[in-house]
Design a protein around this ligand. Sequence first.
Ligand SMILES: Nc1nc2c(c(=O)[nH]1)N[C@H]1C(S)=C(S)[C@@H](COP(=O)(O)O)O[C@H]1N2
Ligand SMILES: [Mo]
Length: 322
Amino acid sequence: MHITRRRGWELPEALATPEAVFLSRRALLAGAAGIAALAAVPGRGLAQRVADLPDPTRDLYPVRRNEAFTLDRPVTDEAINNAYNNFYEFGSSKTVARAAQALRVRPWTVKIDGMVETPMELGIDDLVRRMPLEERLYRHRCVEAWSMAIPWSGFPLAKLVALARPLSSATHVEMQTFLDSTVASGQRQTWYPWPYTEGLTLAEATNDLAFLVTGAYGKPVSKQMGAPLRLAVPWKYGFKSIKSIVRFHFTDKRPKSFWEALQPAEYGFWANVNPKVPHPRWSQESEEDIGTKERRPTLLFNGYGEHVAHLYKGLEKERLWA
Ligand SMILES: Nc1nc2c(c(=O)[nH]1)N[C@H]1C(S)=C(S)[C@@H](COP(=O)(O)O)O[C@H]1N2
Ligand SMILES: [Mo]
């Protein structure tokens, strides 16, 4: 093997290739010490060393809060939120946080394809640094009748749609989670329709409330919450808010989501929150706040009707709820 000596501020050669454009200059400066330290650890592959680097976007946080989004309940304690997660890739219980640490979130490439002017692939750090980051306090209502409130950081999905420049014939965006059963043991359960897939109409995707999450609690988002890129569509049941996204595919067909493919009688495409429409197996009238443990009444559109109710005018014959 060929050994090169390098000073601390120099990058290992492989990190400077186009494949690794994810290391922006600022992050590179911030991470140089870490790279030097990791380069000194013998017997570990480059991919693992890259994965162990400090998050190259950490310097961006905390971001300015957009005060337009206010809560009617306390923000869920960060530790509680990070210990109670739904992430089937890492198991079907709510205690998947430890298993999710196996996910490598750098390098991470986001593909934009399908009915767009120019298909592209972007490194996550390139994407994040191009986007106007802000913090928003959002409610989250899982279809299983629990809820939380989170200070997300990120940018409107509409900004990514604008970057993608969909063809006028495109009507929907389909999103997909990574596929790697070597790190995600849940993906070895072949009866599930992996990769996790979700979709929105373009009218929904360009509504200001549809948010792409890159951070939470004033720092890069944790792996169990869906690092490095996760959706937040808070007027819909939680399963629509897909985690760890690698692909945005623009199409003229309604995408079939993971849960719909598994259980179409229980989970549909629209999945808007409505306390008056029960799940086939339980009521949706109320929810348990995982932070305070209190039960509270569930709100139509999870309280976001003023932002999104107009999207569903004329669609009343559709199965809009769950
Ligand atoms: N890839 C992927 N995304 C996912 C899920 C999942 O299992 N895999 N679960 C969904 C469901 S049902 C909910 S309620 C939320 C949970 O997000 P949280 O763990 O941050 O609370 O993630 C959603 N996104
Ligand atoms: Mo959920």
